[in-house]
Design a protein. Structure first.
Length: 291
């Protein structure tokens, strides 16, 4: 018999997703996050989804290194061939923009050096117009608004890709209230330990849990419609490979980074202004929370 000690925690449910805060005195306001995240995930109807497959990794790296890896795609062109075939992330860069209050913000745009820049901009304009007509929230930007710990966006996939799969073709029945498969990639991030990528037919969520100074547990789960039947409506051999490959590629990068950080010769470097603004936002938020 093992005695279990129960401790009250703060819990919120939002369209089938459950958010837990273990702090006895939470320093964050979930209401402001729900106003941003809610409209993005509502069409996916996660309350009518089920876990098709889940696995847990033990990464030989500090949790913060793992999340830092997630917050930039500078490494994507050489590290994630599957991911960049489906997404335009490598075309994006950040430029400073001064608002009416005189504040300087880093705004995501398509880099001038991208040879197919006009094609990307036109495709994003087309898809965003389509989504607005369907009543969907369109926000291809990558801002972490409000208190800075959450983000929700919907970004078009490359032309010809209707989901994040190895060949861009469907891998499961449509989820939620979608009628069209080409609904791009809905991305939800909540600092400091989770993110979700959701296409029209499935979603993949990742949750990090620190184990020790240089060990992190990553639980990765694939969600499909609750009525979908394995080997009839979907096959794991097609559902899993895209994010299984991308995740495992990231874990190798994180473990290599851990080796470098652990070296007595390690010295912190600078961030790329054009490519690592998302990483800077995470670091500033982390320092603020630790202060």
């Amino acid at each position: 018999y093992q005695r279990r000690v129960r401790v009250p925690v703060h819990v919120r449910e939002l369209h089938g997703t459950i958010f837990i805060n273990l702090s006895p005195d939470p320093r964050i306001d979930f209401n402001e996050a729900s106003e941003v995240i809610g409209p993005q995930i509502e069409p996916h109807e996660f309350q009518n989804a089920k876990i098709a497959y889940s696995t847990e990794y033990e990464i030989k790296a500090n949790w913060k290194l793992v999340y830092e890896n997630n917050r930039e795609c500078y490494h994507c062109p050489t590290s994630h061939p599957e991911y960049i075939r489906a997404n335009y992330d490598t075309a994006f860069s950040y430029v400073p923009e001064v608002n009416q209050s005189g504040e300087v913000k880093m705004v995501r745009t398509v880099d001038d050096s991208v040879p197919y820049r006009d094609d990307v901009l036109n495709w994003m304009e087309v898809k965003n117009k389509e989504w607005k007509e369907l009543g969907l929230v369109c926000s291809p930007g990558s801002d972490f608004p409000g208190s800075g710990w959450y983000r929700a966006s919907r970004t078009p996939s490359r032309k010809g890709w209707v989901t994040e799969s190895l060949d861009g073709k469907p891998v499961a029945p449509l989820m939620g209230r979608f009628k069209d498969r080409d609904m791009g990639s809905c991305r939800i991030h909540t600092l400091p330990n989770s993110w979700i990528h959701a296409s029209s037919d499935y979603a993949c969520s990742t949750r990090l849990t620190p184990i020790s100074l240089d060990r992190t547990s990553a639980k990765v789960s694939w969600l499909v419609h609750k009525d979908a039947e394995e080997d009839k409506d979907y096959e794991l051999s097609r559902l899993l490979p895209f994010w299984k490959a991308t995740s495992e590629q990231d874990w190798v990068l994180c473990e290599n980074n851990q080796l470098g950080v652990s070296s007595r010769h390690y010295r912190p470097g600078t961030l790329s202004v054009k490519k690592e603004s998302g990483l800077e936002k995470f670091l500033l938020w982390y320092l603020k929370m630790m202060g």
